[in-house]
Design a protein around this ligand. Structure first.
Ligand code: AQP
Length: 328
């Protein structure tokens, strides 16, 4: 089967955006492909992290993967830093990357804009991401819009490597899910919903209590007027809430619009909150069980072993092709 790789940063509590845009697809892919899903802690530290938070969030993200329905017997679930080959191939990919191409990355431009001190890690992030993917000779990488440019760079680096040192690395393709959705902030639909947004009202986390969810949705920004119609240009805020509704309820945007024809924002928002609660409550129940059982550590150990077996082979081939003297 084709191999799929993807990751999520433990840079905060996962949001409904991460679930709809990434995790839900992971669950769908695991039956069909040979999947590797990781918690990318080495990426998270490209911006400052509080050590205790990083540790807790890493474990929380891992437990959420399982609670969301990823079966560790089917997919390898692991922590990036448990597989040291990532850092090593990351360095080798950095040496193949050009300053100019890294400077062009829009995520770097966004995350460094207006900052006085910009960490070098933020700059070479795409080279490490390339290593993450190439280590597993992944064929498909499920990515959101925001990550397409990084995947393009990964393809360039793999091609460059193969040209210079001989065919070694698989050139990955982006996997665009059929119902891909970009979920925007609840306080500003021009920005994507982000776990690191300091305003808690901007995002719903997967672990928010039902009452917190209800409050956040009732306070979510809406547009002028009162009709529930999907029109991202004229009604970006309501369109975003409709997208969330459609994804949680598993229905189309047309059905959402039909359901609320003639009703105002108030009734719509009230039901939306219940849809989100209904989606997250069972997930939260499973999450608590998994955390309490401590089984996550076994899952991560086994996942890392499975990942390392593949990563080691690729790294050996890469180093041999580049001319590193093998220890004897
Ligand atoms: N708002 C979103 N809508 C849909 N998909 C989203 N993803 C993130 N935000 C949305 C998808 O989630 C996956 C994990 O992303 P990540 O943790 O590697 O980092 P990110 O994309 O930068 O996500 P955040 O939440 O915005 O994190 P921070 O705030 O730390 O930067 C990816 O597949 C992404 O497409």
């Amino acid at each position: 089967p084709l191999r799929v790789l993807s990751g999520i940063q433990p840079s905060g509590q996962l949001t409904l955006g991460n679930y709809i845009g990434a995790m839900k697809n992971f669950v769908a892919l695991q039956n069909e492909y040979d999947c590797f899903f990781m918690i990318v802690d080495l990426h998270a530290v490209t911006v400052p992290q509080e050590p205790a938070n990083l540790r807790e969030q890493t474990e929380a993200v891992a437990a959420l993967f399982i609670a969301a329905g990823i079966d560790p017997r089917q997919a390898a679930v692991f922590v990036q830093s448990h597989v040291p080959q990532h850092a090593e191939l990351g360095w080798l990919m950095t040496t193949l990357s050009y300053m100019g191409e890294l400077e062009r990355m829009t995520q770097f431009k966004d995350k460094s804009a207006g900052k006085e001190a910009v960490g070098a890690g933020l700059f070479v992030y795409p080279s490490l991401m390339a290593a993450d993917i190439l280590l597993y000779q992944a064929n498909l990488v499920p990515v959101g819009d925001d990550q397409k440019q990084h995947l393009e760079l990964t393809r360039d680096l793999a091609g460059r490597f193969n040209y210079r040192f001989g065919d070694t690395l698989t050139i990955p393709e982006p996997y665009i899910p059929k119902v891909g959705a970009r979920i925007m902030s609840l306080d500003d639909a021009s920005k994507k919903m982000s776990k690191s947004n300091p305003n808690p009202g901007s995002h719903i986390t997967l672990l928010d209590e039902p009452d917190v969810i209800r409050k956040k949705i009732s306070r979510a920004k809406t547009d002028l007027g009162k009709e529930v119609v999907f029109d991202p240009a004229e009604k970006p805020e309501i369109s975003n809430l409709m997208t969330i509704y459609a994804n949680c309820a598993g229905i189309s945007l047309e059905e959402v619009a039909a359901r609320y024809e003639g009703q105002g924002y108030g009734a719509f928002k009230k039901d939306l909150a219940e849809q989100v609660v209904a989606l997250l409550e069972p997930l939260q129940g499973k999450y608590k069980e998994i955390r309490a059982s401590g089984e996550i550590h076994d899952i991560l150990r086994e996942g890392a072993q499975k990942a390392q077996a593949v990563a080691e082979t690729t790294l050996r081939q890469v180093k041999e092709a580049m001319g590193f003297l093998a220890p004897r």
